[in-house]
Design a protein around this ligand. Structure first.
Ligand code: RP5
Length: 169
C-alpha cells in the first residue's frame, strides 16, 4: 500500500514500514525530509505478509531513482535486513517500539546483520535520525543540501548553548 508520494518528483528516499501501525513513528522521517526538500515516497510493505512485494520494491529501487531506503519495523523486524539483501542502496533501519519487548527485539533483529549486508541502525523509534542520516548520505553529492545540513547543525548548536545559559540562571 502506498500512503503518500510527492507529486511530479522522482523520490530520492524510499520510506517503508512493516505495518500502518508504524506510521505514527515513521511520519517523523517524512517531516524531516520535507524540511530539507528531499522528495520521498512512503509505503507499507511487510517482509512477512507481502514478501513478494518487498522483493519487487527493493530489487527495483535503484533503477527507479531511489538513493536511500529507510525501513521501519517492530517485533520480528526482518524488513530492513531483507531489503538490504535485495538492493545495493544504503538501508537505514528504524526499530519500532512495541508493548511486549519494548522494541528491543526489533533493535537486535535490525542491528545484528551478518557481515556483508549492513543496515545502518538508529535508536528505537528514532525515525528522525534515520531521515537525517539519509540527508547526510545525499548531501555528499549535493552542495545545496550540504549547506542546509550545515545550517541545521548550527541551529542545533545554538539551541544547545541556550540550554546551558538557562541552567546557569
Ligand atoms: C511488524 O509487526 C510491523 O512493523 C509492526 O511494527 C508490527 C505489528 O504490526 P501490526 O500487527 O500492527 O500490523 O511487522
Amino acid at each position: 500500500m502506498n500512503i503518500q508520494d510527492n507529486a511530479g518528483t522522482i523520490p530520492q528516499v524510499g520510506i517503508i514500514m512493516g505495518s500502518d501501525s508504524d506510521f505514527d513513528i515513521m511520519k517523523e522521517a517524512v517531516k524531516v525530509l520535507e524540511e530539507f526538500g528531499v522528495p520521498s515516497e512512503i509505503s507499507v510493505i511487510s517482509a512477512h505478509r507481502t514478501p513478494r512485494d518487498l522483493e519487487a520494491y527493493a530489487s527495483g529501487a535503484r533503477a527507479r531513482g531511489l538513493k536511500v531506503i529507510i525501513a521501519g519495523a517492530g517485533g520480528a523486524a526482518h524488513l530492513p535486513g531483507v531489503t538490504a539483501a535485495l538492493t545495493e542502496l544504503p538501508v537505514v533501519g528504524v526499530p519500532i517500539f512495541n508493548q511486549k519487548l519494548s522494541g528491543q527485539d526489533a533493535l537486535y533483529a535490525i542491528v545484528q546483520m551478518p557481515a556483508g549486508i549492513p543496515v545502518a541502525t538508529v535508536g528505537i523509534d528514532n525515525a528522525r535520525n534515520a531521515a537525517l542520516l539519509a540527508v547526510q548520505i545525499l548531501a555528499i553529492s549535493d552542495t545545496e543540501l550540504m549547506q542546509a545540513l550545515t545550517a541545521f547543525r548550527l541551529k542545533l548548536a545554538d539551541a544547545s548553548r541556550q540550554k546551558t545559559g538557562k541552567i546557569r540562571q
